[in-house]
Design a protein around this ligand. Structure first.
Ligand code: ATP
Length: 316
């Protein structure tokens, strides 16, 4: 049976309740919410009943346990999350700007998840998995990059598959070795899930179709471009499909891309046709934005079916 693995930050997110330009003034906050892009991703995979695991580290504190409890309840194998009695669980503060963009303050590199490394236990977890999902945010420290690279080699050597969501945050793009690591991951990727400008990070082309062709020529099997409220586009060597997105009220967009990616990967791995995987992914992304808190909007199959059926036929 396919088992999906991801590696990286498990943290809590604290959300500013008023829009503005960051945190240089006092602002009411809500949280902590379980978070971390890899954690949201794997929670959504687990909720869809697909075998799933994550390698991470948290402190033995409430922020860590809030995540462990949620992921366990949603069916994720959390044996790869080391609880570090000396460490503190990571955190991210997010504030939405008036234009819809987000300002982040991250405490990742100097938290427990900044010390994820290639332990004997992590090697064992890697060996139980047949699909690796890499998130760009997770490449924030050399020891995490090393763990991801070993997982890439292991999964590929056993005939497994790799999906990759660059998920770039300007706040952590200056991490040592991150750009090189992103390029290396792309060369091993089967399913690429960029959002907006991320599509052009590794191409000379600056127009979508030309960039897609350039990437498909490198051996990537399929590309799904996320487009926020405008939906998503799927491409492979034979076809392209567009989903216009489901009409929902957006309360908090954080986590939409992670939930979308998780649903797409889950259906793709189970052999669903691309149109079906795209529909369920768009539904997962849409449901994600309707709840405040990045992991609060992950969905089970029945919830996705209800949204899809309620929306009626959508031409894709
Ligand atoms: P993030 O990095 O915050 O997780 P992202 O940029 O990777 O997000 P988005 O494009 O914002 O990803 O969202 C992923 C998918 O979720 C979209 O392609 C779309 O299908 C769905 N989605 C996002 N926002 C909305 C919305 N407001 N209404 C309906 N669907 C949405």
């Amino acid at each position: 049976m396919t088992k999906v693995l991801t590696i990286g930050e498990v943290l809590v997110e604290i959300v500013a309740t008023k829009k503005g330009n960051g945190f240089r003034e006092a602002v009411p906050l809500i949280g902590p919410f379980p978070s971390g892009a890899p954690a949201i991703f794997i929670d959504q995979v687990g909720k869809l009943g697909v075998s799933s695991a994550i390698i991470s580290r948290v402190g033995d504190d409430d922020f860590g346990h809030v995540n462990l409890d949620r992921l366990r309840a949603d069916g994720v194998d959390i044996s790869g999350i080391e609880v570090d009695p000396q460490g503190t669980t990571g955190s991210a503060f997010v504030r939405y700007r008036e234009d819809g963009s987000r300002a982040f303050v991250f405490n990742i590199r100097h938290s427990a998840c900044g010390t994820i490394s290639l332990t004997f236990e992590n090697r064992k977890t890697i060996e139980t998995c047949t699909h690796l999902h890499v998130m760009g945010t997770a490449l924030y420290a050399p020891s995490v990059v090393e763990t991801v690279m070993v997982a890439l080699d292991s999964v590929k050597a056993r005939g497994g598959t790799v999906s990759f969501d660059p998920n770039l945050r300007p706040e952590i793009m200056n991490s040592p070795g991150m750009r090189e690591a992103l390029s290396t991951v792309l060369t091993r990727t089967d399913l690429f899930l960029p959002s907006g400008e991320e599509l052009f990070l590794f191409t000379t082309a600056k127009e979508e179709r030309a960039a897609i062709d350039e990437l498909l020529e490198t051996g990537i099997e399929a590309i799904v471009v996320k487009r926020g409220a405008a939906g998503a586009r799927y491409y492979d060597a034979d076809q392209s499909l567009t989903h216009p997105g489901f009409a929902v009220e957006e309360l908090d967009p954080t986590g939409a891309g992670d939930s979308f990616g998780a649903a797409f990967v889950s259906f793709w791995l189970n052999g669903s046709p691309p149109a079906e995987a795209l529909t369920y992914a768009a539904a997962a992304g849409a449901r994600a934005v309707t709840k405040i808190g990045p992991m609060e909007g992950t969905s089970n199959r029945a919830e996705l079916d209800a949204l899809i059926e309620g929306a009626g036929p959508i031409a894709i």
